[in-house]
Design a protein around this ligand. Sequence first.
Ligand code: IVH
Length: 582
Amino acid sequence: MVTVDKSIAKEAEQLQKELTRHNYRYHLLDDPDISDAQYDRMMNRLLAIEDEYPSLSTPDSPTKRVGSSPLEIFETASHSVPMLSLDNGFQESDILDFHNRISKLLNTDDLVYTVEPKLDGVAVELRYENGLLVLATTRGDGMIGEVITENVKTIRSVPLSLFRENDADLPPLLEVRGEVMIHRSDFALLNRHRLEMDLPLFANPRNAAAGSLRQLDSRVTAKRPLGMFVYGTGLVDGLAYESHSELFHLLKRFGFPVNPLIREKLSMEEVIARYRELETQRNDLPYEIDGMVIKVDRLSFQQQLGIKKRSPRWAIAYKFPAVEETTTIRDIIVQVGRTGTITPVALLEPVTVGGVTVSRATLHNGDEIAKKDIRIGDTALVVRAGDVIPKVVKVMASQRNGSERSFSMPEACPVCSGKVKRIPGEAALKCINASCPAQLKQRLIHFVSKGGFDIDGLGRKLVEKLVEQGIVMSFADVFSLEKKRLASLEGLADKSAENIVAAVETSKKISLARFLFSLGIDHTGESAATLLADKFQTLENIRGAAAGEIEKIDGIGPKTAAAVQAFFASADNSRVLDQILN
Ligand code: IVH
């Protein structure tokens, strides 16, 4: 056994304590008091010490957040108390019925509720023995779940051990339940990264959270920005409380992430008002919620009401309107994108999905249509997840009446009638005519968009008009737009024309990353463009870079590298670049 120097042991303990505190300030209070670099330095030092003296690596050391060696399989564990589901209500009357029903059962008109957002994530249970996180499980079938302890330990907002004033406050056993989720922006970032690395995309944030939790290698989970909010308990020993709201205060004191949108002790009238409020906030929240959970606050009432087979009698989920609907596919058209990709799009019988009217959905490509056997006239299940483009999940083949028509991808570009080609190894069909007006329009729209030159007033409609009238035929033409020519366009006032010319002028000062993004190179989104700019610093350096050199950048895959190299190698593109630079 390696003997440990006392001063080293002390240093490790100090670092563990400090890092735990910083972690809490950063992830729960949102109020860090040291820099990320300082945190990293302390973490690296602690990792080095624990590596040399494994006996100092306590089970709740913050180093456990980086993940450990992969498992062969997930073990399973039974829940001490079954993990139930909730009854659903969709209308106000469902909720009033719930209220009347339980008021009668309890023979009281003194009922108050605690209400919480219903997070659309993954349910997990955390077991703390004498204050230490010893087990984390998925809900599984409600009786038995999968053991995902190492993965859950990587979630920064989950305490590895309970905070307490003194050891006397520690409950010998505490099982806490909650929902693990991923923020919409992190989900978008994760998918963008996966797209660039040519990996399959996650359909929605919930799938991304579930996929990240079910990793045999916890080091992969550690890289996924998972969050959690707790909402209840399993088996508890040594903790006394009389209401659900009181429980939340206790859990918060132990260091658990408790959703700040929870409202306590509301009357039924206030519950209904809170639902309306949450519904309007819903799309602005950083994470997805699919409703509000209403729980009887007083524990003695909960116990009196008890549970049914699969759900408690004392709680109900008041769901928001679905983000999934069925509708009819009226037609299928194809669109030509910026890089010539031909995308089939379903034109739908307009339908409200999650409060927004949807009349189109992407069908991705011909293979997807064939795989899902999508036909014109079919009844389709359409989903809309946050700000993601609506898509057709599947069609209901059983509802066909024989009038449905199959669809095949065109053999020529629907816009320029030029040749279309299938890129080897890809599902996409492409128009290979570089001067196809459809492509030019899309490339220009991308060129002047927010992530690129960001030219105010030069929107999609105006760009289309400028191309159609032959005023803009290339990127460089944007920079020689004249006020007189613009003002002669129908519907464009003198003042607007002047503003656009001024915006063009200011846009000329642009960072290398945005410039690269604006060019619309295949597989090169904002994050890849930033990586390229950081590495190469100047446009000249990138123009001369070999694919092998580009691929060495962490986060850039072979496809992006090849596309970047090919873009700058093309004589046509070189000419266009020189024109822009002029
Ligand atoms: S309470 C006995 N509260 O919804 C009550 N559940 O349909 C059990 N969920 O599996 C659940 N947010 O994963 C509760 N604030 C919340 C919730 C919540 C999301 C999920 C949970 C559960 C499902 C029940």
